[in-house]
Design a protein around this ligand. Structure first.
Ligand code: ADP
Ligand code: MG
Length: 709
């Protein structure tokens, strides 16, 4: 039996591995939660003592019942509370006095109802804390420990969950029931289930910590409505994902999109960008729907992670195989030809109508033997990383034998096999679970393919080194001083000279420039910098200078320079921006290159978000950007650069030279360092940085920095 020696390794052991449980509010009343929980505990075969508590009964389900938890003669580890909300405070107090170590509060009527509910929740939280009791809930549907040594089903969910490697946490009780039912239908075993309800004490973070080192748990699934502490969540899930895949359904929205934004980065950081970025960086596989989650956890908990993306599709029907091949292409998997040798061997096994190109179409006459031998040959081929086996049962043929053979072949290889059984529902129930628990099966080819692709991507993430937070030799003190001065003066946008000075202090290659009064000696200053030049209107409040005719580029000589000044002043007067103008910015022209944007905006929940993307005047229109939350490692920076759609343009296509990608990656690292070092910066856009083939020709052309008010 678990933990009999009372050496509690983890404070959550009191909840998940109790030796004795009091069910406070147990009853035999038909249709009540108190009855169902007690029933589930008994039926599941809990490996410990169970004590019903209910003052109105002498016994419940032939088991002696106690008036209060205090009248139980034995020590109690876990209290499960199902009494009406008015009695919960008293019950929690009694539990504390009894020396109960953990609580699961099923009762509702707390924070979720507002008003007095909030006060009640604060009160039980305080009592639990005073007695050092950990607590799940209130307002939850309970917990399950399905590991063979414990067998505790303290939920009121119907059914008997199987034992396996999936730990599942849900913030919504209703969804929890749906998921338990779905996993049972698939024969998917769980290690733990926890419905956390209002999370007054125990949250996703506690459970992740608990499951990280749990030997029974191989896959973690989370249904989240909020992250709790995003920084903690990041650190923890990033570490755990290296050894155990985490799948998350994240519902709800972050506040990022609600922010009024005057920067490019701010306006591009829509709803959910931060949550997406965070989960991506942590290797957490995000899914949009419950069904997708079930598909995925079914794959992850049964099949090995594919080492590559080369798929072999084996089928007895053409249509579904084409659907699988199309889906594979769409999700980034490849369906290429197998080796000559494999093809030859397959031809010898299969009927003459069969096609041994990939997909391998064995035609409708294929039986268990063909499936077994063909799949064996496919998995033996070094050019195959995974297989999708489709079986559409011909009339009157039960799929059991075929599934059995598929499984026995799959077991011989360390390559995942996903089977697609396109059959009526009742066929699924005829398949003995022990046959298929090495081969996840799906009803449609697209879902199997999607799961295969997601598992492949997860494997890639897992095998990519985490990288380091890069540190460059910079002048943090001068940047801090400039920002601090501005903050004290009320904050807002820094002037161009300050912005460029900060970027230079952080090693960015800023265009040579000078700021002069509107009627200053442009010609003289122009000669000092050297032609060709760019001239721009300058003013902290002027947002997009070119919109109002405030930018002239490619100025070749003095005559053009003077004309440019007249034109800029004239257009700014017409546009009404002249009042905001504090002078003119004269700059060297950057050479040939691609315009990219680097930026930072702050999310109220997730902190600084770094952005990288295709830059220039059309960023909002093109929206080809990537976000990451801090900390951003060099590996993150590279992944960020590679993740944008137009990355091939940066690499160089159609005979065009590419740009210095390492310079871009390094610049993201320098930006991350600036954001880390100087807290007062709330928003930053560098748009564009013109990146050239050689790093020596890369230039920062335009930038804005907003300081905290
Ligand atoms: P804004 O973004 O406020 O409109 P920018 O200074 O970014 O003004 O200039 C707009 C565009 O003009 C840039 O995206 C770039 O294409 C071009 N440009 C501006 N300054 C230079 C320069 N010094 N060298 C080369 N191109 C420039
Ligand atoms: Mg610009």
């Amino acid at each position: 039996m678990a933990n009999i020696d009372n050496t509690v390794e983890h404070s959550l052991d009191a909840i998940f591995k109790p030796r004795s449980i009091a069910v406070i509010g147990a009853t035999s009343r038909e249709g009540s939660i108190g009855r169902q929980i007690l029933r589930n505990l008994f039926d599941y075969g809990f490996n410990g003592k169970i004590f019903p508590v209910n003052p109105a009964h002498e016994y419940i389900h032939s088991t002696k019942s106690y008036a209060t938890v205090l009248s139980i003669p034995d020590p109690i580890d876990l209290g499960i509370v199902v009494v009406p909300k008015e009695y919960v405070e008293q019950v929690v107090e009694d539990c504390g006095r009894k020396g109960v170590k953990g609580l699961v509060i099923i009762s509702a009527g707390f924070r979720e109802v507002g008003g007095d509910g909030v006060k009640r929740e604060e009160s039980i939280k305080a009592i639990a804390k005073r007695y050092g009791m950990r607590m799940i809930g209130p307002n939850c549907m309970g917990i399950i420990d399905a590991t063979p040594t414990v067998r505790m089903n303290a939920t009121f969910s119907p059914g008997i969950p199987g034992s396996g490697g999936l730990a599942f946490m849900t913030q919504s009780g209703a969804l929890g029931v749906a998921i338990l039912i779905a996993t049972q239908k698939l024969g998917l075993g769980i290690s733990y289930f926890a419905s956390v309800g209002n999370k007054a004490d125990i949250s996703a973070i506690d459970l992740l910590e608990y499951w990280e080192h749990d030997k029974d748990t191989r896959v973690i699934a989370l249904y989240l409505e909020s992250f709790g502490d995003p920084a903690k969540f990041t650190a923890l899930s990033r570490r755990i994902s290296r050894s155990k895949p985490i799948v998350a359904v994240k519902s709800g929205t972050s506040a990022a999109g609600a922010r009024a934004a005057s920067s490019h980065t701010g306006s591009l950081a829509g709803l959910e960008v931060a949550a997406d970025a965070l989960l991506h960086q942590c290797g957490v596989i995000r899914v949009a729907a419950i069904e997708e989650m079930i598909d995925l956890v079914s794959g992850l908990s049964q099949a090995p992670i594919p080492r590559g993306n080369r798929v072999c599709v084996v089928t007895n029907a053409g249509g579904p195989a084409i659907m699988a091949a199309d889906a594979a292409a769409a999700y980034g998997l490849t369906v290429g030809p197998l080796s000559e040798e494999t093809q030859k061997a397959m031809r010898a096994v299969l009927s003459t109508e069969a096609s041994v190109g990939n997909p391998i179409d064995m035609v409708a006459s294929a039986g268990p033997d063909e499936y077994e031998r063909t799949l064996d040959l496919a998995l033996r081929d070094d050019s195959v990383d995974l297989a999708i086996v489709i079986f559409v049962p011909p009339l009157m043929v039960a799929p059991v034998e075929v599934m059995q053979r598929i499984t026995s072949v799959a077991r011989k290889y360390d390559k995942p096999v996903f089977s697609v059984l396109m059959a009526e529902e009742h066929h699924y129930e005829t398949i003995p679970r022990e046959i298929v628990n090495h081969v996840p099966f799906y009803r449609f080819p697209e879902s199997a393919t999607k799961v295969a692709a997601e598992m492949f991507r997860y494997g890639q993430w897992r095998d990519t080194p985490e990288g380091n937070v890069a540190s460059f030799d910079v002048d943090a003190a001068s940047a801090r001083e400039t920002v601090e001065k501005k903050r004290v003066a009320g904050g807002g946008y820094l002037c161009a000279a300050d912005v460029f000075a900060i970027l230079e202090a952080y090693g960015f290659p800023v265009c040579r420039h000078t700021v002069i009064p509107l009627d200053g000696d442009v010609a003289g200053e122009g000669n000092k910098i050297g032609y060709p030049l760019a001239l721009k209107i300058d003013g902290q409040e002027i947002v997009h200078k070119s919109d109002t005719g405030g930018v002239v580029v490619g100025i070749e000589n003095e005559e053009q320079l003077l004309a440019a000044r007249d034109r800029i002043v004239e257009s700014s007067r017409r546009a009404g921006t002249i009042e905001d103008a504090t002078g003119l910015l004269l700059q060297e022209m950057a050479g040939e290159g691609k315009e990219v944007i680097l930026g930072m905006t702050r999310d109220p929940n997730f902190g600084p978000l770094l952005m990288f993307g295709m830059g220039g005047k059309y960023v909002e229109l093109i929206r080809d950007v990537a976000f990451r939350v801090m900390p951003v490692t060099d590996a993150d920076a590279r992944d960020m650069v590679r993740s944008i759609k137009t990355y091939p343009l940066l690499e160089g296509i159609r005979g065009e030279a590419g740009v210095d990608i390492d310079f871009v990656v390094e610049s993201i690292g320098r930006l991350a360092q600036l954001v880390r070092d100087v807290e007062g910066i709330v928003e930053l856009d560098i748009n564009p940085v013109i990146v050239a083939t050689k790093r020596g020709n890369c230039r920062v052309v335009d930038a804005r920095i907003r300081v905290e008010e």
